[in-house]
Design a protein around this ligand. Structure first.
Ligand SMILES: Nc1nc2c(ncn2[C@@H]2O[C@H](COP(=O)(O)OP(=O)(O)OP(=O)(O)O)[C@@H](O)[C@H]2O)c(=O)[nH]1
Ligand SMILES: [Mg+2]
Length: 336
């Protein structure tokens, strides 16, 4: 199932029902008064936040939605029923923009419900127009149209941890190891083209497709995915020991390349305190099994610790290391 994080939809609230002209019909009362009931209001159109990031792909085939029409009034002064509301489920993190008015909303919580389009009022029946001077009104009102609109929906993932790093750092592999996710893994760059999510003891880990130099200007998979880190509470930055083959500073260089893109992105969007670069970050030095000499590993850890962040060493082939990391990550998340 392809991951969809942007789409346009068309929606209408329901039309109000029509008021009607009816007369009281009772035995032995030849001239009954007006008895046409008022109509029901049209259904409203709402969006609601749900915890399912894949839900947009459900709407791929059908992109227009409509709430129900209100029921017409009826005889014996019966009021028509209101039309049923339409409630469209969208993933938490969705930003909804009304393309005509430019108004925007964001769903930030599960169950949050936003009214986007109001149903039309129901019309009045002839009973409504009864007065002392007009006891037999023949007047009724039709229902009003519901509001109509075109909307753009853009998703910003709300994850607890965003796994970031250069292509091939081992992000998807780690996600698969820690969670129920089944992300594609490959020994080449840009294996992952869409973000993958996994559940880690109730926390959401997001595997963000490889970021490269120039991503903030749209290079590689570009800005599209930096957007998804915006709402992520914490970053886990993966740097592979493979970068050592590029010289002693290869690993730090790989790390800084990504940091630079985060900072550039923040500047470009003027994010300030809310910037990607301001988020809590842990550093994971991956593929430690490539290095036989423990001293080299220790040296790299010391180097990275100077950045003032928590540093972990990981090889996915080492169960003990994985378990230790898993326990530490739970602790960090619980503390947050
Ligand atoms: N030796 C070793 N290889 C690993 C380890 N973790 C991941 N790999 C391998 O590294 C390669 C890249 O892994 P991925 O998980 O696809 O990397 P990624 O960061 O998701 O890459 P992109 O999606 O391209 O950005 C795969 O061939 C993995 O099998 C590890 O701990 N040790
Ligand atoms: Mg990947």
């Amino acid at each position: 199932m392809a991951f969809i994080d942007e789409m346009k939809i068309e929606a209408s609230a329901g039309r109000g029902g029509d008021g009607v002209v009816r007369w009281r019909q009772e035995k032995f009362i030849p001239k009954g008064g007006p008895a046409g009931g008022d109509a029901g209001r049209g259904g409203n159109f709402y969006v609601i936040g749900v915890r399912d990031v894949h839900i947009l792909s459900r709407y791929k085939a059908k992109k227009s939605f409509e709430a129900s029409r209100g029921e017409d009034g009826s005889n014996k002064s019966l009021h028509g029923k209101n039309g049923e509301d339409f409630v469209l489920e969208l993933p938490i993190g969705s930003i909804i923009t009304n393309l005509e008015t430019d108004e925007t909303w964001q769903l930030t919580e599960e169950g949050q419900k936003i009214l986007l389009l109001k149903g039309g009022y129901g019309g009045f029946g002839n009973e409504h127009f009864k007065s002392s001077v007009n006891t037999t009104p023949r007047e009724s009102r039709p229902g009003q149209d519901g509001e109509h609109g075109n909307f753009k929906i853009e998703l910003e993932l709300f994850a607890d941890v965003g796994l970031i790093g250069l292509p091939n750092a081992g992000k998807s592999s780690l996600l698969n190891t820690l969670t129920n996710a089944d992300a594609k893994v490959g020994d080449y760059a840009f294996t992952t083209l869409d973000p993958n999510l996994g559940d880690f003891y109730g926390y959401i880990l997001a595997d963000i497709p490889g970021i490269i130099e120039g991503a903030s200007e749209g290079k590689g998979l570009g800005v599209k995915f930096l957007r998804h880190i915006k709402r992520t509470k914490m970053l886990a930055h993966l740097v592979s020991f493979e970068n050592l083959s590029k010289g002693a500073t290869g690993m730090l260089k790989a790390y800084k390349e990504i940091r630079k893109e985060l900072e550039k992105y923040d500047k470009k969007l003027n994010l300030g305190e809310d910037g990607l670069s301001q988020k809590q970050e842990i550093i994971i030095l991956t593929k430690a099994d490539f290095i036989e000499d423990q001293k080299i590993i220790d040296k790299k850890v010391a180097e990275f610790k100077k950045l003032g962040k928590k540093v972990f060493v990981l090889s996915l082939f080492d169960d003990k290391m994985v378990k230790k990391f898993r326990d530490e990550l739970i602790k960090i998340l619980k503390k947050k």
